[in-house]
Design a protein around this ligand. Sequence first.
Ligand SMILES: Cc1cc2nc3c(=O)[nH]c(=O)nc-3n(C[C@H](O)[C@H](O)[C@H](O)COP(=O)(O)O)c2cc1C
Length: 306
Amino acid sequence: MNVDTKVIMGDLVLRTPLLTGSGTFGYGNEYNTLVDYSKLGGIITKSISLEPRNGNPPPRICETRAGGIINSIGLANVGVDAFLNQKVEALPIGKTEVFISVVGDSVEDYTSVVEKLETIEDIAGYELNISCPNVKSGGLSLGGDKEAVAAITKAVRSMTHRFVSVKLTPHYAVIAPVAEAAVKAGADALTLTNTLVGMAIDAECRKSLLGNVTGGYSGPPLKPVSLAKVWQASQVVDIPIWASGGMVNGIDCIEFMLAGASALQLGSVLFADPTAPERILVEMTEYCERHNVERFSNLIGSLEIQ
Ligand SMILES: Cc1cc2nc3c(=O)[nH]c(=O)nc-3n(C[C@H](O)[C@H](O)[C@H](O)COP(=O)(O)O)c2cc1C
């Protein structure tokens, strides 16, 4: 059986539902020799801010005994001007869809960055990171507030025709109000979810494992949390959902599609296996062949409730 891997979201057509999660694929050019772009629907760059950010003190990343990793990169990035001057040229534009992740501390930060990014030709759109747990201002504090989510989304919507996905934190007990606010403000998609706030300690040394003490918890333990948010949001919004959280194999990805996701972001798995998209696409296709599913898109939201 020839399984159709493409997913369509309005004017946006992704060759496959597989995307790379922001911050796990550099600026989008470092993996050029490692990744087969024909297996990816698109890439999402690390989050770009108005000014350069040095990020948090090291150590910035650690593993946990429970599985998964905690990072406190703190959104280190070169800033939008240096991104435009130094990084854009090497983006895989034309090989796959390119989305630029944008972060800021205020509505004006987001609009100033997007205004500059609008000068790049042929990128597919933006992901608004309104949910990073690793910065003192902005990030999670903005993402925790549905008025701020709505204001940022609305302001960016008014200045671009490109695709805009709004990335939310998993730290909502109830996702519906903020998801609905983002939709009303003009989001084309929701990305669910960013990392959970986590912490790890080395008891022998009596030290925290991260310089910033807390960080963003990602990898397989995040998956059930993100899966629940994807499913809950899919019950209340009718725009596409991009899943992010703990996927390491094709079946993880299939589960997110059954729960309502239209696209799937691979994150921490890329550190262990940069070729994961290729393997995961094969695993997803094999599942579809076993279950007589002709198109990946037929899986979206097709979960049966027990
Ligand atoms: C080292 C690291 C850096 C990250 N940086 C960003 C970032 O700059 N912007 C963002 O929106 N998410 C960032 N994330 C979150 C990921 O994009 C993703 O949402 C999260 O890790 C959950 O997916 P995973 O469990 O598959 O890794 C980062 C994650 C990691 C592990």
